[in-house]
Design a protein around this ligand. Structure first.
Ligand code: SF4
Length: 249
């Protein structure tokens, strides 16, 4: 019996049939599977899947008080920072040109200490880049920091988002913080050490896209887990070649 099953799974039987017959067999199997799937009750399929609850939460309590003029999901902006390029990829940008621009970031879980989100680099980079490169969302005019706000929306607690307001003072402070990071990296390179040291916090590596290069795993971790572990800095997975809108001012 097992031998027969292996024989079928290995498709060796196909060597004895014509291509036309093989195509017909697969077409019939394909249709048969599709029909069978239609008969599976959707409640059975969704039972126990957490994401269904998240979707219901989104339908019942979506991010509120958002501008309605422009709404763009999964949009990237890029702005110069010194002689480098800083990129942010937003879950959602909502804007009323000349008025408000709101960044919405989707998180699956509300962290135990939400304030820590505000200290993350994401809370620095996202509003900073929008001010520097968001003119297209502001009727072609430069964005004033006071126009910008950011909201973290939590799929497990949709009624309790976290809001970050922005102003010129914060923007200047964020610029200084980012430049300090740039200088730190430049200094490291100038010392000619050559190879970047691996972090001592190897726990962080399980979320890292590049961990196979460091011999600390073979596949990137689940970013959903990262939401739950705010002790760890977020490692955005940004492909610079995929940045659709690059706006330099
Ligand atoms: S796996 Fe990623 S986080 Fe860990 S040391 Fe390497 S680059 Fe750094």
């Amino acid at each position: 019996m097992l031998n027969k099953l292996i024989y079928l799974l290995n498709f060796e039987w196909l060597t004895h049939v014509s291509i036309g017959l093989a195509k017909s067999v697969f077409l019939v199997l394909f249709v048969l599977i599709g029909v069978l799937v239609l008969f599976i009750p959707s409640d059975y399929i969704y039972e126990g899947i957490e994401k269904r609850r998240w979707w219901h939460n989104f339908l019942s309590a979506p991010p509120r008080d958002l501008p309605t003029g422009i709404r763009r999901a999964e949009v990237s902006l890029s702005a110069p920072l010194d002689s480098y390029r800083l990129t942010a990829r937003y879950d959602l940008l909502a804007a009323d040109a000349g008025e408000r621009l709101v960044i919405v970031d989707w998180k699956t879980h509300r962290p135990k200490d939400p304030q820590r989100l505000l200290e993350k680099l994401q809370s620095v980079v996202y509003p900073y880049v929008l001010v520097e490169a968001g003119a297209a969302f502001n009727g072609g005019r430069p964005v004033r920091p006071e126009q910008v706000a950011m909201a973290y929306w939590f799929a497990d607690l949709p009624d309790n988002p976290l809001r970050l307001d922005y102003d010129a003072t914060q923007h200047a402070a964020d610029h200084d913080r980012l430049m300090a990071l740039v200088r730190e990296i430049e200094t490291y390179y100038a010392e000619g050490v050559g190879t970047w040291p691996l972090t001592d916090f190897s726990h962080n590596c399980k979320f890292c896209t590049y961990r196979s290069l460091c011999d600390r795993g073979s596949a990137a971790g689940d970013l959903d887990d990262l939401d739950e572990e705010l002790e760890i800095e977020e490692l955005p997975d940004i492909d610079l070649e995929q940045v659709a809108e690059i706006v330099f001012q």
